[in-house]
Design a binder for this molecule. Structure first.
Ligand SMILES: O=P(O)(O)O[C@H]1O[C@H](CO)[C@@H](O)[C@H]1O
Ligand SMILES: O=c1cc[nH]c(=O)[nH]1
Length: 233
């Protein structure tokens, strides 16, 4: 059995899949956090792995960048591999002045400049929100690990390089904490196909101040978020 974009066999995926954007991060997590990890797909080098964490089965599957890529993988995981819980573990750009590099953010909701969710509700707005149970478990795991995570609205954009950076000031005024490129699409797909989804991020840069995480700090900071996600399962 396979789909156009996933070459795994039936039952190769665990009910919970963690989804970083980057396939090499998926491999890194499988190699460094899971027991008995095995690669289950590698179509287009979009790697997926399944193993266990503290005895519980879990999969890691990359999403690629942007809503279209995430939506393809999320839909195929839900509809063809019976995945129930999709947890995005990504990087994001901080917007709010309260948000600092290295912070961990939970996307309670995701606004977007994409039309995908409106197209799901005949042109009206759709509130793209995290599954409350996954969010609660994630926040609890962060607190248990002593990590002061922020929780709120993020903005999922189709445009990494905004032509007019003052747009971020408008988002800041609306209390939007950070920008990414997949979450609103993931929440829409999960709602459409009856799965649960939640996203958390490490702040890798700040789109207003221009501050960025030094390359040597990236892996350690990313590890905190992975630990939160795995402990929350
Ligand atoms: O680190 P990932 O999960 O890829 O997330 C962020 O990084 C990419 C842009 O550099 C986009 O995919 C954005 O959402
Ligand atoms: O989507 C993203 C992720 C990190 N930083 C950004 O500016 N945008």
């Amino acid at each position: 059995m396979s789909t156009p974009h996933i070459g795994a066999n039936e039952n190769d995926f665990a009910p919970t899949v963690l989804m970083p954007g980057d396939p090499l991060r998926a491999q890194y997590i499988a190699e460094n956090f899971l027991d008995d990890a095995r690669q289950v797909t590698g179509v287009r080098n979009m790697f997926g792995f399944t193993g266990t964490y503290k005895g519980k089965p879990v999969s890691i599957m990359a999403s690629g960048m942007g809503i279209p890529s995430m939506s393809i993988y999320a839909r195929e995981l839900i509809m063809s591999y019976d995945v129930k819980n999709l947890i995005r573990i990504g990087t994001c750009g901080g917007i709010s002045t309260d948000i600092k590099i290295r912070d961990v953010i939970f996307a309670q909701g995701a606004s977007t400049d994409s039309n995908v969710n409106r197209s799901r509700v005949r042109g009206y707005d759709f509130a793209a929100i995290a599954d409350y149970g996954l969010l609660e478990n994630g926040v609890k795991a962060a607190r248990d690990l002593g990590i002061d995570a922020k929780i709120g609205n993020v903005f999922t954009t189709d445009t990494f390089y905004q032509a007019d950076a003052s747009f971020y000031q408008d988002l800041d005024k609306l209390g939007i904490m950070a920008v990414d490129m997949e979450t609103a699409g993931l929440y829409g797909v999960a709602a459409e196909y009856g799965a649960k989804a939640m996203a958390l991020f490490t702040v890798s840069d700040h789109v207003i101040t221009g501050e960025a995480l030094p390359a040597e700090d990236r892996q350690n900071t990313f590890n905190e978020m992975v630990k939160i996600a795995l402990e929350s399962i």
